[in-house]
Design a protein around this ligand. Structure first.
Ligand SMILES: NC(=O)c1ccc[n+]([C@@H]2O[C@H](COP(=O)([O-])OP(=O)(O)OC[C@H]3O[C@@H](n4cnc5c(N)ncnc54)[C@H](OP(=O)(O)O)[C@@H]3O)[C@@H](O)[C@H]2O)c1
Length: 357
């Protein structure tokens, strides 16, 4: 199959560069154009400051195009663009994503602007893959990936809810600086101060959890920023209808993960949930579901940083305590939307488009 031409919305941001990194050698997609904020338009992609820890991959020789110019959007459509990945700030996404979608190019978004909006699928491949069908049931195809903090909470609780009936949960998070974009990393470098509040994060996480699992129990959560580059770490306590034993809990997590992980997709982790004795946010952040490495290149190993690592498990009758970790810009952002696009190809919803003329 020829690779599907992709446009990346956002050029120099952390998620935009994660997208460029993932697409550099992707077997199914290739970067056809990169659309950036007004100050970037016309700049060669290869001249932009590279902000990720791994070396800059070989990127196509492109200049940044405008995000919201109707003629540019139409040209991309005519050139056969088959998918648009958005790494825009929410307010910019609200205005710009529909412009690309209305031109008929499916948009897969990391932004919060259209999450939980009627008619826009909000999808985690292991949890509600079939909801992605909604992508092509409209003339303005748009689907969203979830908030990054949700993933280490959602995957284990989805598995345990199915097995034991989830009644209530509490969560506190320790979230990496990269979750606040490159501006926050620069600010902490400059001032030496790390702001700990993350306004709106707990509300988004809870609402998306309820939406995805269609769940109505009691939840209490708090989210806090910590001084670490990557990886969102959550501390969860949950109660269940049925009485539990440690062996049942670990078996339920492994069996669910074995059943739902779409391993044939290039970005799928080997296991969506990787069980460890104790979660270590530095050592486990790049886990791929079967092994951990502090090295590796996500442009080559597409499943690096795509697993949710779960450990520190304690079980007391109807209650479970655990910690979980996920890479916020890989699994929680760029990796997550490319994974969605792979699922869409697998479901026959995305395919290469011929250029016109
Ligand atoms: N970081 C994470 O862990 C994470 C996880 C999940 C979701 N997200 C979401 O992904 C999106 C991007 O996050 P990020 O971490 O990449 O942010 P970032 O590092 O601050 O980058 C901001 C991005 O927005 C683009 N942009 C376009 N128009 C803009 C404008 N008018 N003003 C400012 N920026 C503009 C920038 O493009 P140019 O480079 O062309 O200026 C840049 O790519 C956000 O919606 C965020 O909520 C982030």
């Amino acid at each position: 199959m020829p690779r599907i031409k992709a446009v990346v919305l956002g050029s120099g941001g952390l998620v935009a560069q994660r997208l460029l990194q993932r697409l550099a050698q992707h077997p199914w997609f290739e970067t056809h154009a990169v659309a950036g904020s007004p100050g970037r338009v016309g700049q060669p992609l290869n001249d932009l400051v590279w902000r990720l820890p791994e070396p800059r991959p070989i990127l196509p020789d492109l200049k940044v195009i405008a995000l919201d110019d109707a003629a540019t959007i139409e040209r991309c459509r005519a050139e056969g663009v088959g998918v648009v990945f958005s790494a825009l700030p929410t307010e910019v996404a609200r205005r710009v994503e529909p412009m690309w979608a209305r031109a008929g190019m499916p948009v897969l978004s990391n932004a919060a602007a259209y999450r939980r909006v009627e008619g826009v699928p909000l999808v985690v491949p292991e949890v509600n893959p079939t909801d992605l069908k909604g992508l092509t049931e409209t003339n303005s195809p748009l689907a969203c990936a979830t908030n990054c903090t949700l993933l280490p909470l959602l995957l284990p609780l989805a598995a345990l809810d199915e097995a034991f009936g989830l009644l209530s949960w509490t969560m506190r998070s320790e979230q990496a600086l990269s979750g606040g974009g490159y501006g926050l990393i620069d600010e902490v470098d400059r001032t030496g101060e790390c702001p700990t509040d993350i306004p709106g994060e707990a509300e988004k996480t809870e609402a998306e959890f309820r939406h995805l699992l269609n769940w109505e129990g009691e939840a209490t959560l708090s989210c806090r920023r910590v001084r670490r580059t990557d990886g969102h770490h959550v501390f969860v306590e949950a109660s269940f209808e049925r009485e539990l034993e440690l062996s049942n809990v670990t078996h339920a997590l492994s069996a669910w993960s074995e059943r739902v992980t779409p391993r044939h997709l290039p970005s799928a982790p080997d296991n969506a949930i990787m069980l460890v004795d104790a979660v270590d946010p530095i050592r486990h952040v790049n886990a791929n579901g079967s092994h951990v490495t502090t090295e590796g290149d996500p442009s080559v190993d597409l499943n690096l940083g795509m697993a949710v690592v779960v450990g520190n498990m304690e079980v007391d009758r109807h209650r479970v305590r655990f910690e979980a970790l996920s890479h916020n810009t890989l699994r929680g952002a760029a990796g997550g939307v490319v994974y969605l696009a792979e699922l869409a190809v697998d479901m026959g919803l995305l395919r290469p488009t011929r250029a016109q003329g």
